[in-house]
Design a protein around this ligand. Structure first.
Ligand SMILES: Nc1ncnc2c1ncn2[C@@H]1O[C@H](COP(=O)(O)OP(=O)(O)OP(=O)(O)O)[C@@H](O)[C@H]1O
Length: 331
């Protein structure tokens, strides 16, 4: 039977192998130095955030918010000014090799050597990461991203969507527990986008932690369980996507009426801030806070106004509303 010391050692090594947080960033600041007539630029300003192991995490922010800087620091490509970052439990300063090995990065740019075939590219990449030949999964990975039949085609003959998927494959050769995708679906058509997501979702279901930056907020909303919004180098919000969506406490009800809406609107509807919309002026919209106004009270106001309702829909707040509000508030 193993003794207590052995058990403790085993537990400790399991904890190191499976940290609670895949990424732990504390008080990270990056100032790009002034040069060639350009002033110094603070790209990250005291950023702290954690990405729990196994999560599908969205990192959102407008252009220039600091997302690429953050990713590049994690990948060991950009030097931080201050603060700390741990990748899969490895400090990027103290254990740079281990922290780099724990992460696979799919970059924004389609930077592939045009004279290599996908098979060669993955083999070279596996070599760079020191993956022994017998442990390489070149064809399996190419198959997973739908490129098995292009294994021996020159990269320059691949379409933009295929190159994007090849970059995902390249980031996966060393089987990192964390995959970072920087704007992976920019310029990728809907079908290929879905194919890419089905692969990435599958990776996540099998335990890979995913960090995604995207401009497609609906992608973040449907795929990601947690979301951080960064703006001007600062974290404006970081929460479960569901909590963020509830944060605005705002919904809109749109009622279509027979004929067109009366002008002016009856006082009971005007008091709710109702607005008339639609080419036929037959839609009356009311934006409300569900925590303050029950939907029943709004419907009562419509009934009281003696309008014939022919249709009714409610619209939830989406991530775009939250994103706009948070990035506008900080502007
Ligand atoms: N090498 C650099 N030298 C000086 N300033 C830089 C450098 N790289 C980035 N910046 C500046 O730092 C800020 C953050 O840039 P970063 O590329 O990290 O933002 P981003 O959120 O990734 O933007 P995008 O969505 O457009 O890629 C920007 O103002 C940018 O101009």
């Amino acid at each position: 039977m193993p003794d207590t010391a052995t058990l403790t050692r085993a537990t400790a090594s399991r904890a190191a192998a499976y940290p609670d947080n895949a990424i732990d960033i504390a008080h990270l600041t990056k100032v790009y130095r002034a040069r060639a007539g350009q002033a110094a630029k603070t790209a990250l300003d005291d950023v702290s955030l954690t990405v729990p192991r196994g999560s599908f995490f969205a990192l959102l922010g407008p252009n220039g918010a600091g997302k690429s800087t953050l990713i590049n620091i994690m990948a060991g490509l950009v030097m931080k000014t201050s603060g700390s970052a741990r990748i899969w439990g490895h400090d990027i300063d103290r254990n740079p090799r281990q922290s780099r090995a724990a992460i696979g990065i799919v970059p924004q740019e389609l930077n592939l050597d045009p004279f290599f075939t996908p098979r060669e590219l993955l083999e070279v990449q596996a070599g760079l990461y020191g993956v022994p030949a017998r442990e390489r999964r070149t064809l399996e990975i190419l198959d997973a991203v739908g490129l098995a039949d292009k294994a021996d085609a020159y990269a320059r003959t691949l379409s933009g969507g295929m190159r994007r998927r090849l970059l995902v494959a390249k980031a996966m050769v060393h089987t990192p527990p964390i995959l970072v995708l920087d704007e992976p679906t920019a310029g990728v058509d809907i079908e290929l986008r879905q194919q890419l997501w089905s692969y990435v979702k599958d990776l996540n279901a099998r335990g890979t932690t995913i960090l995604l930056t995207t401009h497609y907020l609906e992608e973040a909303e449907t795929l990601c369980d947690r979301t951080a919004i960064i703006n001007k180098g600062r974290v404006a919000a970081c929460d479960t996507t569901r909590n963020l969506l509830q944060r605005l406490d705002s919904k809109t009800v749109i009622v279509t009426v027979a004929g067109s809406a009366p002008d002016p609107l009856p006082p009971s509807l005007a008091a709710l801030g109702a607005q008339v919309k639609g080419a036929e002026r037959d839609q009356i919209c009311v934006r409300y806070r569900p925590s303050e106004t029950p939907i029943g009270a709004i419907l009562d106001a419509f009934r009281g106004a003696d309008l014939e309702m022919t249709d009714l829909v409610t619209e939830e707040t989406d991530l775009e509303d939250i994103f706009l509000q948070l990035t506008r508030d900080a502007a």
